[in-house]
Design a binder for this molecule. Structure first.
Ligand SMILES: *Cc1c(COP(=O)(O)O)cnc(C)c1O
Length: 226
């Protein structure tokens, strides 16, 4: 087995155990492989080992890998910060966007989604840790944003996403993820998705209701930004 295949098996076991511990259906938790900075060959290996959904943060890099991998039936998710002048290629080349945090971006994605494609699945990114440096709308802004985005014709609002402040404290991890779930439930919209949990905190996220865990390091190893 390749290292990537071994890592996929290990992450799969972690997801299964976490699902069991919180009496959730394992099949309701999607594994989104975060492949930013990793070569197309690594994605190809992960696909051979059974993965289908891949998350990318950097548009140019993602488009290049999509071209190299166009022979595979992959599902691409955009999970990085979005500049409003870069929405068109995102609307054209992805099935999901997890990182929508303002109406202008959502309106552009809807207007630019090619009509022959199904509506773009979107999550609203919420800043649950109130860190000044982090992307995401505030919990206060969320209800109005969610209402407006839910009306856009070429988008399908699926749920919420967060990247909490990194912490090894399980109680703090649980609190942040529970907050996202409560915000989702309080909107009164029919939202089936919570995109939350990364390599170090997927257990807490699953316990609090994650439907996508976004896993990079635990699948592909540490990233080298040099
Ligand atoms: C990089 C990244 C991840 C994956 O993080 P790991 O700790 O490597 O698992 C998940 N979500 C987002 C938005 C990311 O940018």
């Amino acid at each position: 087995m390749s290292t990537i295949a071994e890592n996929i098996a290990k992450v799969g076991a972690r997801i299964r155990e976490a699902a069991q511990a919180s009496r959730r259906d394992y099949a309701a938790i999607g594994l989104l492989a975060v492949s930013k900075t990793k070569p197309a060959a690594a994605i190809r290996q992960a696909h051979t080992a059974g993965l289908r959904d891949f998350g990318e943060n950097y548009l140019q890099e993602a488009l290049e890998k999509q071209r190299e991998l166009s022979d595979l039936p992959l599902i691409w998710h955009f999970i990085g910060p979005i500049q409003s002048n870069k929405t068109r290629p995102i609307a054209e080349h992805f099935a999901w966007v997890h990182s929508v945090d303002r109406l202008k971006v959502a309106e552009r994605l809807s207007a630019q989604r090619p009509p022959q494609l199904p509506p773009l699945n979107v999550c609203l990114q919420v800043n649950v840790s109130a860190e000044a440096s982090k992307a995401g709308c505030s919990p206060q802004e969320l209800p109005a944003l969610a209402q407006a985005v839910s009306q856009l014709p070429q988008l399908k609002l699926r749920g919420l996403m967060c990247i909490p402040e990194p912490t090894e404290d399980p109680a703090a991890q649980h609190a942040a993820f529970a907050r996202l779930r409560q915000l989702r439930d309080s909107l009164g919209l029919d939202l089936d998705t919570l995109s939350m949990g990364m390599s170090h905190d997927l257990e807490a996220a699953i316990a609090e209701g994650a439907t996508w865990v976004r896993i990079g390091t635990a699948l592909f190893g540490a990233r080298d930004y040099a």
